[in-house]
Design a protein. Structure first.
Length: 319
């Protein structure tokens, strides 16, 4: 698939998914939603080109073949080590600049804090911890895919990817230590480490990776609060894909997914009535469907992102 067509396809699918989020919102909310849309689009492109599943080698070979008919750019001539270095610097720079813009980095001298874990009295009810785990895990897979695309062997690419993701998150947490509203929290670093280790583990055991996903679903439940920490609009889930089991991969159950997840309400909006919820749900395996219908790029992205409003859920409020 050509780059332009791929990007247009991503935009069409994402615009359809998030059109409901932009409806009946004021200008500022639309602004934040557009940023979110851009971020999701970038994530899809980043994940797809880097991590196209079994097509990784084919994509790489096609890319190299195309270069024979085109002028090779300065980026193509860089050794893979410098590409990796620049990718890490870019990611760390982006999150740092965003922190200065939205998380008041530099507003206080460095300090430690304890935000708590998943208990009701914690700062975010545990949604932040789930977010740290998911983002580190997804970013580790993305970095690993990029490193393989640039010529690293699978094993070092996976290790470097996990470390790069962990390092970017560590830089963010160190910067949090200079924010009056954040602070450096060892709990966040623990979840970052768990996310990076999980990425390594899943890469080591592909049979397990075919059966389990960790996903984020973003749905508009309350007015948008921000970009990365809009917790009342986020659902974090562990997804069991029945199609990943040999006994079911040729039956109609191959299209079914079972979700077990966690979400919170009110912690990021200042509501007095704060809620923590477990939920269970079932959904259609869009990722598998797209893979089988020659859309492996988008299909790969949907192993990390759940299309909004596509999981009927049963909730259990925690005391």
């Amino acid at each position: 698939m050509k780059g332009g067509t791929f990007i247009e396809t991503c935009n069409v699918h994402l615009l359809c998914s998030f059109a409901i989020l932009s409806y009946r919102t004021n200008i500022m909310k639309k602004y934040f939603l557009n940023i979110l849309l851009f971020t999701f689009t970038f994530t899809v492109i980043f994940k797809s080109l880097a991590c196209g599943g079994e097509l990784k080698k084919d994509v790489y070979n096609i890319f190299k073949a195309d270069q024979t008919d085109k002028e090779i750019s300065w980026w193509d001539e860089l050794p893979k080590e410098k590409k990796a270095l620049y990718a890490n610097i870019s990611a760390a720079t982006f999150i740092t600049l965003y922190g200065f813009a939205d998380w008041d980095y530099g507003s206080k001298g460095f300090y430690f804090t304890n935000e708590g874990w998943f208990e009701k009295g914690s700062k975010y009810g545990g949604a932040d911890k789930a977010g740290h785990f998911w983002s580190t895990y997804a970013m580790a897979d993305a970095f690993a895919g990029l490193y393989r695309h640039w010529g690293y062997d699978a094993k070092p690419a996976n290790h470097y990817g996990a470390f790069s993701s962990w390092a970017v998150q560590a830089i963010m947490e160190l910067n949090d230590g200079t924010s009056e509203t954040q602070g450096f929290d060892w709990g966040d670093m623990t979840m970052n480490t768990l996310g990076a280790v999980t990425s390594l583990f899943m890469e080591q055991y592909p049979a397990l990776d075919r059966k389990i996903d960790f996903r984020l679903e973003y749905a508009l439940n309350v007015p948008v609060q921000g970009l990365f920490d809009d917790y009342s609009n986020m659902y974090y889930s562990l997804v069991v894909k029945l199609g990943g089991f040999e006994q079911l991969e040729h039956s109609w159950l191959q299209w079914a997914e079972l979700h077990a997840g966690y979400c919170t309400r009110g912690y990021d909006t200042g509501d007095e009535d704060k809620e923590r919820r477990l939920y269970f749900g079932i959904s259609f395996n869009f990722s598998r469907f797209l893979h089988q219908h020659n859309f492996p790029n988008i299909g790969k992205a949907l192993e990390y992102l759940q299309i909004p409003y596509t999981v009927p859920k049963i909730f259990k409020k925690l005391g």
